[in-house]
Design a protein around this ligand. Sequence first.
Ligand SMILES: *[C@@H]1O[C@H](CO)[C@@H](O)[C@H](O)[C@H]1NC(C)=O
Ligand SMILES: *[C@@H]1O[C@H](CO)[C@@H](O)[C@H](O)[C@H]1NC(C)=O
Ligand SMILES: *[C@@H]1O[C@H](CO)[C@@H](O)[C@H](O)[C@H]1NC(C)=O
Ligand SMILES: *[C@@H]1O[C@H](CO)[C@@H](O)[C@H](O)[C@H]1NC(C)=O
Ligand SMILES: *[C@@H]1O[C@H](CO)[C@@H](O)[C@H](O)[C@H]1NC(C)=O
Length: 663
Amino acid sequence: MKCQLIAAAVAFAIGCHAIPTPATHALHEKRSVIPRLWERGSRIESDAILPVRIGLTQNNLDNGYEYLMDVSHPDSPNFGKHWTADEVHDIFAPAQDAVEAVRDWLISAGVKATEIVHSDNKGWLAMNIPTWQAEELFQTEYHEHIHSDSGAVKVGCDEYYLPDHIRPHVDYITPGVKLSATLKKSKTKRSSTPHHKPGPFKKLPGHFSHWVPPTAAGTLPADLQDCGRNITPTCLKALYQIPNATIKDSVNQLGLYESGDIYSQEDLNSFFADYAPYVPQGTHPLLDSIDGGQAPVDPGSEYNTGESDIDMDIAYSLIYPQTVTLYQVDDNIEAFTDGGFNTFLDALDGSYCTYTAYNITGNSPGVDAVYPDPADGGYKGPLQCGTYKPTRVISVSYGVSEYDAPLNYTRRQCNEFLKLGLQGHTFLWASGDYGVASFPGDDNDNGCLGDDSTIYNPSFPTCPYVTNVGATRLYDDQTVLDEESAMQANLGPGAELFSSAGGFANYFPVPDYQKSAVASYFEYHDPGLPYYTINADASNIGEGGGLYNRVGRGFPDVSANGAEFRAYNNQTLYHFYGTSLAAPIWGSIITLINEERTLIGKGPVGFINPTLYANAWALNDIVNGSNPGCGSAGFAAVKGWDPVTGLGTPSFPKLLALWLGLP
Ligand SMILES: *[C@@H]1O[C@H](CO)[C@@H](O)[C@H](O)[C@H]1NC(C)=O
Ligand SMILES: *[C@@H]1O[C@H](CO)[C@@H](O)[C@H](O)[C@H]1NC(C)=O
Ligand SMILES: *[C@@H]1O[C@H](CO)[C@@H](O)[C@H](O)[C@H]1NC(C)=O
Ligand SMILES: *[C@@H]1O[C@H](CO)[C@@H](O)[C@H](O)[C@H]1NC(C)=O
Ligand SMILES: *[C@@H]1O[C@H](CO)[C@@H](O)[C@H](O)[C@H]1NC(C)=O
């Protein structure tokens, strides 16, 4: 037996791929190129122990959407009956017969039964076996793969084989082909800028030139007379009729994601003193540090660029005495390059670390941060998996272009949002700030796609299982009694077309809950721009001169004020602009609503989109403004849903009534 194995190994070592694989085996996976920045090194020693993970085919993913609607659609009798983490794992776990079939095969091939572990999330069989045995099982040879930047070493193979009767049960094996193939991008070029754009927002110094208050302002209290030029918590409360918060309970902490930007307590204190004196000096979030994330920093720190400051300013001023949980994600080296949000999701749901879907298992090195981080000052611990319990509501004001990640990578991640939605979590995500483009430098100088940089570039996550939040504004001569417009402003070089990001995803089709809203947008307000219809692997972006995908998931879903917000950064008072402001406003409002539901014994609202699309009356429709970019007109805010401001801004009393009326 042993001799035979060595013979087989030698045959492989001389590269003899003509060696007949047993007739019972067939090629399961093969990669044509080694992922960028990874180079193949030496052959793994045959006695070296490999941690082998066999990802079993997941069941029920196709039913995921129906499951989520079942607990999230207001007309469903099961509305609000969210699932436990175990229930989610069980329903998506591979069928028992698949587990048995693979286990039986492994044992018959010589793996000790006691070596084989079935993972907690049911999706995996794991075992530590010598390389020679893995090479025999999978008819392959293993090599080191070395990352040219970080020096990290991974084990992998170019192709591997499985018995025919096992293949249907196996999604993927690691070590194996590991990285998903990069998306074909024949016509477009990609920038070398880091993936992760810290915080889509822009800050401008305050301006105090001579100014005549709007006529209507005279009838308003003094602290509401200046909201057209200076947005404060008082202005936000008036705009959306948000009551003063009073509740602090143990289940409704608001979660904020931050990465690469770090708050300063001094900046929060200055904001509280000036604009939210009911928040005591020194009030700070509970830190859930993920993979080396740290906070706070001194106001003058290079890491204090404003995003975290404003997110916390808004959250505390709207929900205090409720507390805030800060997910500070990634060490200060990876925080600027980790494009994926995967390390964040790993820390919230341990099963995601090894989750297999769409031919991808676990994180994707090259897109995601890798821990331990070999870089100087990098986080030396292992990747955090399932370390923290996610809060019910999480607001994220960071994004990258959808196009920066492979299609399957984004789909796998989107499934995770679906699973967290099933468990009652609400994700609010800033849509981005450059209208129909991504931020300048993302993919192209102007953030657009295509040879001529004219194709619209949606910002991820365009996943239909998160709530995507655009921004609105008041103009100088307006008051909180006026209707807002889409956030649009010329903020100087590079940000002349700063506006609420919106459009249509290339990677995700329009979800059922949004279909009629999008259809009526095209029926009554067709933007008249050339478009294309995306194909299954999203390889025809821009086909036939089209600027956007006519059949994509439309975004944003909703919006809120994102202009002229007064806040301190590095102890200086600025005006902040961006959808970064809008996401925490919605996060705060959903938190306040969950608190009221908690008081009467109800659970969290969970994934809110189906409820909102079915009840557009509970929002203030925004009908003015647009988001031009990429050399064309972009989209316009119109009556009903639109790809600039979504369904509109919140009316707190209406939303509260709506959700108190649901089970
Ligand atoms: C994984 O990808 C390969 C080709 O890239 C394909 O042949 C195989 O069917 C895929 N596996 C699954 C489960 O989709
Ligand atoms: C809310 O709080 C502010 C002070 O922070 C106060 O001026 C205002 O009257 C309060 N509103 C209500 C309805 O209690
Ligand atoms: C913060 O402000 C101080 C004082 O104005 C200044 O010296 C410092 O460079 C600033 N820090 C950053 C990162 O800009
Ligand atoms: C994407 O996932 C699908 C479904 O698992 C698979 O068939 C396909 O090969 C994957 N594509 C790539 C590029 O890996
Ligand atoms: C409508 O939006 C335009 C910018 O597109 C702005 O100049 C104008 O003041 C807005 N009108 C109102 C009534 O808000």
